[in-house]
Design a protein around this ligand. Structure first.
Ligand code: ANZ
Ligand code: ZN
Length: 839
């Protein structure tokens, strides 16, 4: 193998292999015939920027290495890529650039695709999906229609979050710390009628299944908290007006019905439904209105802040009755009670809830302790803050002395309340007053309403009909044969800032004839949320050529659920929750036979630069192109993975790149140095062989758990050792096969140079022999009564019995010990043996 050794030229090598692989469709899998399907999914990007940044490359590389590893383990790995190209992200980018989103999206998709083709991934471009293509969104609309038909899509008027900058409503999940997930503007509340998807119907299942899916723990925790299950009770309080005497009922949700005897006042949200009907009886109504206006200006986050000073107003002229003590208690409004949770009203128990405690202190309301930690053994301590633990009840009538746990059900029953499980999860607000999305496939028909109305009294508003400009209209889903409802080209696509999408200005679009009765009807003009597009894209990839259905039954059975999904944790309660919901619905419709879409999910950490997440607004985005051009893709792949374990994320700094570049250069030289290959001596041969097996073991374990950084360290160590050779050719081959997922171009080139037939990427993943990875032997001193009498060599992992046996079998030591009476063995593994004998 005497040949002229060239310098390592990654740019040239990579270009060559990129062309060969693309031409041969090297990573194509046969979707129908594949024997060992493995669906390796990564989150597809929004093509809403100038191009991929290095943070994207980081995530995609992490996922691709895993796919390549599975491929060498013998799986048929399907690794598709596509573009989440509809939605507010792309539209906002188009607005900023002043280019129509349809034009800009196409340009961007092409640019992203070209960049993607450089990163050395297994992508099979024959299965690309684009959420803004009619062939795709036809099925997003189909999905909406299915949800509607299942009773899981409905319209409702509610206080919704509105982003003044994006000029649209947002889902709860898109409001992060009171701000728009997209643009960071503080959201405000507006009362609007909108389309919702009933994800709350799946709250319990979404929660339960978290126990069985193999996902990054922090993501599961975020979903658990977001779903927010609380067990408690709903208890009704009588509220009475003095003049004229009248009574109302106000239900409260409480997790501590056992503390009911300590409820000393009632608090309602400032815009509680009941208030308006009571207005004429509340003597300080002006004050109430003023307070209500003030709180409406506050964001949810400000209101939830525990430490902030409590504010509130007592409702004068009305009182409530504690159903347990029958005593009259005052009714307040305060902004620490949140709208949209529980019943929007609470029974305040200042002795046992810190928020109530602070409020009672400030406004001088009675604090009555009803739970004592160890009563009656100890005296009840005086409270200087709320006691929120369990204990025995005191001052609780006939329940005094029972444990707080037991009292929960008993007291609830005593006052005619009911036990209730409450979730924090809200229904998914799906309509958007924007242009760049799939039109919601719904038609409103007046004529159909009139016909229906005649014979059906049980029609439900928001499901069967809506009211527009004071008139009822039947809700008609667009028949599946009429899908897609194409998004028309609209020159003025800018958001209107009103409660309507720009499509509401396009008569040709919204004026339609009713698909049921043929009369003039009106189309819905809102589009659906981007997260609906991405809630099912993993189902589409393997079936992306199917024109007759969203996904093929057989193909889906073969490829799904997804085996490995790697992506950002910022989607924990958005995409990752919505996809689970949609999958469960399709499962219940018997369209698929699994209810969890992603068997394994790993959230990758973020690539940090200058102490912050890379983002355009901070101006710390690194463009990968220049790095690819100067160092090559293999170096960059390995450098990024060398920063830290994938799930942890890493700190970007240029300085480490040259270290990786040097390593690959060393591999280049090493693998061509004929001098190295030869016959080692017996002992050095054994030592090398052990190292080889240990390296395979470590790299396998680390790659399988996405700890590529330590896998790379092991490879460096290994390369360094074997370069001291001589070693057999298998040592070099092992290095190249282990390196193949990390540096696919270099390893392929060297594989060929070394005269192998075929490709390194078709090689099986190397195996190791358990017996070869045992730790080496150690030599330890043997003492008798504290004096060294000899040494023995033995495997490091020997048990005490084995060590004793070894000592006794030693010619000299054994002979000596057999003449004495042994009192005790003192064994410090790997260090020493001391035998106490009778003198
Ligand atoms: C009385 C009580 C006594 C409470 C006590 C707690 C401790 P989670 O765990 O979040 O479900 N609450 C109910 N609805 C509320 C709302 N809309 N805004 C703010 N707080 C609300 O908490 C449920 C508890 O939070 C409920 O139990 C209620 O206070 C309060 F020693 O009722 B509790
Ligand atoms: Zn009609």
């Amino acid at each position: 193998m005497q040949r002229y050794m060239e310098e390592y030229n990654p740019i040239q090598i990579e270009k060559k292999w990129r062309q060969v692989w693309e031409k041969n469709k090297r990573w194509k899998v046969d979707i129908c015939a594949a024997k060992k399907p493995f669906y390796n999914l990564m989150m597809f990007p929004y093509p809403s920027a100038e191009g991929l940044h290095i943070g994207n490359v980081y995530a995609f590389t992490a996922s691709d290495i895993y796919g390549r590893y599975q491929r060498m383990q013998g799986a048929d790995v399907f690794e598709p890529m596509g573009f989440d190209s509809f939605g507010i992200h792309s539209e906002n980018f188009a607005l900023k650039k002043g280019v129509h989103p349809s034009v800009l999206t196409e340009q961007n998709v092409n640019r992203f695709r070209n960049q993607f083709k450089q990163i050395g991934a297994l992508f099979d471009w024959d299965y690309e999906v684009n959420t803004s293509a009619p062939q795709y969104y036809k099925w997003t609309q189909w999905l909406f229609v299915q949800l509607y038909k299942q009773g899981l899509a409905y319209r409702k008027s509610e206080d919704v979050d509105w982003c003044p900058s994006c000029k649209t409503v947002l889902a709860h999940e898109q409001v992060v710390a009171g701000k728009c997930e997209r643009c960071g503007t503080v959201v405000i509340q507006k009362k609007l009628e909108q389309w919702f998807l009933k994800i709350t119907a799946y709250a319990e299942r979404l929660l339960k299944n978290l126990d069985v899916i193999d996902w990054t723990e922090s993501v599961k925790t975020m979903q658990r908290n977001w779903i927010g299950r609380s067990e408690g009770a709903e208890i009704k309080f009588q509220v009475s007006i003095r003049q004229p005497a009248d009574k109302f009922q106000v239900p409260v949700f409480t997790t501590r019905p056992d503390t009911l005897f300590g409820a000393t006042y009632l608090v309602l949200v400032p815009d509680h439904d009941l208030l308006d009907s009571l207005s004429s009886h509340i003597t300080n109504w002006d004050e109430v209105l003023r307070y209500r206006n003030e709180t409406q200006k506050k964001t949810e986050v400000e209101r939830m802040e525990i430490k902030k000073d409590k504010t509130g107003i007592e409702l004068k002229g009305i009182k409530a009755v504690n159903p347990a003590t029958k005593e009259e208690i005052p009714v307040w409004i305060a902004d620490y009670v949140l709208r949209g949770y529980g019943t929007g009203a609470i029974m305040a128990v200042p002795a046992h809830d810190q928020r109530d405690f602070d409020f009672a202190k400030k406004f001088n309301l009675p604090i009555i302790q009803v739970v004592c930690p160890n009563y009656p053994e100890a005296v009840c301590p005086i409270l200087d803050k709320a006691y929120d633990g369990q204990g025995s009840l005191v001052a609780s009538g006939r329940f005094t002395g029972t444990s707080s746990e037991e009292a929960k059900e008993a007291i609830t029953e005593f006052v005619g309340g009911k036990l209730k499980t409450q979730y924090r999860l809200r229904d998914w607000l799906i309509s958007r007053q924007r242009y760049w999305g799939p039109p919601i496939p719904i038609i409103y028909c007046r004529m159909c309403w009139e016909k229906k109305n005649a014979d059906d009294k049980e029609l439900r508003q928001g499901i069967d009909y809506i009211i527009m400009d004071g008139k009822e209209y039947a809700i008609i889903p667009v028949p599946e044969k009429d899908l897609p409802v194409e998004l028309p080209y609209v020159e003025n696509f800018q958001p209107t800032g009103t409660a309507q999408s720009p499509l509401a200005n396009v008569g040709e679009f919204y004026r339609v004839s009713c698909p049921v009765c043929g009369n003039e009807a009106r189309r819905e003009t809102d589009v659906s949320d981007t997260f609906l597009d991405s809630s099912w894209y993993f189902l589409r990839y393997p079936s992306s050529h199917d024109e007759n259905e969203a996904f093929d039954k057989e193909i889906t059975k073969k490829w799904l659920p997804v085996n490995m999904y790697i992506g950002g944790k910022e989607h924990s309660v958005l995409h990752l929750l919505y996809s689970r919901f949609v999958t469960m619905v399709l499962h219940d419709m018997k369209l698929i036979d699994f209810e969890e879409p992603f068997l394994t999910f790993r959230g990758h950490g973020l690539l940090i630069k200058d102490g912050a997440k890379m983002s355009k607004s901070l101006g710390n985005v690194v463009n990968p192109d220049e790095y690819f051009a100067s160092y090559g893709v293999d170096v960059m792949r390995m450098f990024l993975m060398f920063l830290a374990p994938v799930e942890q994320g890493g700190d970007w700094r240029d300085s480490g790149i040259s270290g990786i570049a040097r390593f690959l250069k060393r591999v280049w030289t090493l693998c061509q140095a004929d001098a190295m290959v030869g016959s080692p001596t017996k002992t050095s041969g054994q030592k090398f062989e052990r190292l080889r097996h240990r390296t395979i073991q470590k790299v396998t374990r680390d790659v399988a758990t996405l700890q590529y950084n330590t896998a790379i360290s092991s490879l460096m160590e290994y390369a360094n050792e074997i370069s001291k050779g001589p070693v057999d050719t298998i040592f070099v081959d092992t290095l190249l096969t282990l390196l193949a997922p990390l540096a696919p171009h270099l390893s392929e080139e060297l594989w060929q140079i070394r005269g192998h037939e075929g490709s390194v990427h078709d090689e099986p993943w190397p195996e190791y022999d358990e017996a070869m990875i045992q730790e080496d032997t150690v030599e330890i001193p043997v003492q008798v009564n504290g004096k060294i009498r000899g040494h023995i060599s033995l495997p490091a992992d020997y048990t005490h019995e084995q060590i004793q046996e070894c000592v006794m079998q030693d010619e000299k030591l054994g002979a000596m010990l057999r003449q004495k009476k042994i009192i005790k063995w003192i064994i410090v593994p790997k260090k020493l043996v001391n035998i106490l004998v009778e003198k």
